[in-house]
Design a protein around this ligand. Sequence first.
Ligand code: CA
Length: 198
Amino acid sequence: MRHLLLGVAAVTALAATASAADRTAFTAQLDGDAARERVVLRTSTCDGGRACRQVVVRDGRRTGVLTPRLVPGYTYGATAGARAVDLRGDGTRQLLVTINTVGGTGSSPRVIALIAWTGTKARTLVRVAPSTRARGYSLTLPVSSDVVATPGGRVLRTRELLYRPGDITASPSATRVRDWRWDGRRMVMVHTRVTENG
Ligand SMILES: [Ca+2]
């Protein structure tokens, strides 16, 4: 009986100290050289034993860690994902990254980012994060993003919930949709519209 208990304790200790595990999610051409980069999801234990996940780029011997272990601005563990998108039209791909609260719900804090890998480092082209500083709103909360074809070209479209003071979590006052387009040097916001929720 004692051995069994010791065994359980040992397994628990191992789980608590498990090192990060890396898994290649996909490869993509992110920069100017011929070799494709590997986009890796790194899982580690955080936030009371939950599995947190970071997005990492491996480029030859170089490693770029694109997302943090905690949701930026919060103490919650983060679970991040990425997909390759083409918003520059130059043969390279950018990474559309979402950092979610691990174990969170639809109204939990989330950060949406468009990140370019330069070959040596990550460059954030667009970042949409929860904010309490938008004029007229107590909180803006990113919910989703997508790449959309428009008459003017492909854009990154981000959606946020807008809360006014007194709004309950399930009933934000409005929704904001913004379009971002590459202008040859950077992503610029080209369109924004706010819809009052009924
Ligand atoms: Ca490359």
